[in-house]
Design a protein around this ligand. Sequence first.
Ligand SMILES: *[C@@H]1O[C@H](CO)[C@@H](O)[C@H](O)[C@H]1NC(C)=O
Ligand SMILES: *[C@@H]1O[C@H](CO)[C@@H](O)[C@H](O)[C@H]1NC(C)=O
Length: 143
Amino acid sequence: MFLNVKLLLCALQNCYLNSIAKKVASLTAQKRSSASMANGFSFKDSVVTGNGTGLVYLGRAWADYSRVVFSYTFMDKVVRPQGWSDWGNPKRDARVYYGEYKCSGPGANLTGRVPWARILTDEEAEPFLGTYYVEGDTWLINP
Ligand SMILES: *[C@@H]1O[C@H](CO)[C@@H](O)[C@H](O)[C@H]1NC(C)=O
Ligand SMILES: *[C@@H]1O[C@H](CO)[C@@H](O)[C@H](O)[C@H]1NC(C)=O
């Protein structure tokens, strides 16, 4: 296992995520395994860049109810147009919670996004914008 993403500085707010992946990789693999679990990742005011040759997913479903939200984040073209991966488990499409809110940059272009990515409304985004929402298990994973 090796890290394909360099976490340069982060408190899940003002994060700078730089992917050095050479192959398909994922920035996060959040493992929320039931709908009642409160955990998830929320990245706010962050930057996603890459200098590797591989494009990255914003998240890959490590468990059925994986939950990740990116808000106010600049995404460079290193982000795959699809944005998110169910990791080969289509039943997860309806269960995961992968949200984007007011992101910018070429990687935030929603044209190619998987249909189950959520473009959050102000109301939906609100719970993820507070600094209290920083619980998580682990992130940064092997490809
Ligand atoms: C990408 O950046 C990392 C970290 O700065 C560096 O170690 C690596 O050599 C760079 N890769 C390329 C292809 O420039
Ligand atoms: C988003 O991507 C599509 C398809 O590649 C492209 O046609 C469109 O111009 C892009 N939109 C922006 C705002 O860059």
